[in-house]
Design a protein around this ligand. Sequence first.
Ligand code: NAD
Length: 373
Amino acid sequence: MNSRRDFLQKITATAFSIPLVAGISPKSFSSTSLPQENDKVLRVALMGLGSYANRVADAMKDCKRAKITGVISGTPSKIKVWQARFNIPDKNCYNYENFDAIKNNPDIDAVYIITPNALHHPQCLRVAAAGKHVICEKPMSINAKEGREMVEACKKAGVHLLIGYRMHFEANTKEIVRMRSEGELGKIMFFQGLSGFIIGDPSQWRLNRELAGGGAMMDIGIYSINGSRYMVGEDPIWVTAQETKTDPVKFKEGVDETIQFQMGFPSGAVASCLSTYSMNYLDKFYLNGKKGFAEMQPSTGYGPIKSWTHKGRLDLPHVTHQTTQMDEMAGIILDGKVPMIPVDGEEGWKDMVIIDAIFEAVKTGRKVEIKYV
Ligand code: NAD
């Protein structure tokens, strides 16, 4: 299966969206597993119809509890194609100027924000103000302050805020988390996270500080940060970090190319991680405890995830991550289901606190204490 890294290396996200949208007939996108008539289904509007939204939409064909009922886009031609794909009426289509009117639309329960990172914050506040649940892609924001504002806005509006952490529902990941939490690995001592790929087109928004909020760390390094927390089962309390830049033209001021970082956890466990836009084949987690180990490679790509422990291989059956994610998120929103690994706004915010601390550690060269306040 193609990985996200391959896509991003080879083509710009915009270029990718065109052939995908144009090449697929409405029929091939029709739902293959329509929900039962009386099942409660989460009716979702996707905001930002780019490459990842296409992947989510494709995966949602197989969802039993979630379906696409609306779209929000700045490109009218894309809206037309998506309307045909999902049988979306004109009244459920919005642009970035008028989507506050979603408030009065009974066909939409939640908005899934899949736009460039810096837009998540203002868009989330508007969706919350419209009284709709928010599902927001990672990173939830470009700093902890904005992340906190998003959490508070959703709380105030009485709507859910969930972050698109698809790995939290992935079978191998959950089995390793279960083994660790039930003591099968013994006292956890060490985590290693390697997250990276070689990024292509230098003109894409991922390399624009204003839209991306940084570089590799916001986009791919966040997987090692978030992964360290669910694999170790604790939140780090200090970090040290070092940045290297081999291409200052491509990676401008404020856009990180490669950052190595080390984190310490309350139990004494430590983590050593690498985030980069300049190396391929970097998608690996390794967890070491006094009684055993767990290893995943790939650990966060689109799968299949490969994993093994001191007891042998796991390699649990692959299910498209976004299909499981959206069905599980429907369960959280509609039935109050509690996921094994949280995906709420607080969870996303903690990662933003850690990213802020990593950037400070890079800047100062010092060990930075991480405070979740
Ligand atoms: P993309 O560039 O392919 O799509 C972004 C979409 O936002 C495009 O349709 C674009 O038209 C729209 N957009 C709206 N306002 C824009 C503006 N001012 N500038 C540029 N584009 C604008 O990007 P993508 O790969 O789909 O990523 C979108 C989000 O999804 C990011 O936050 C990214 O981190 C996240 N993502 C998550 C995963 C995952 O596995 N969870 C994978 C890929 C991307």
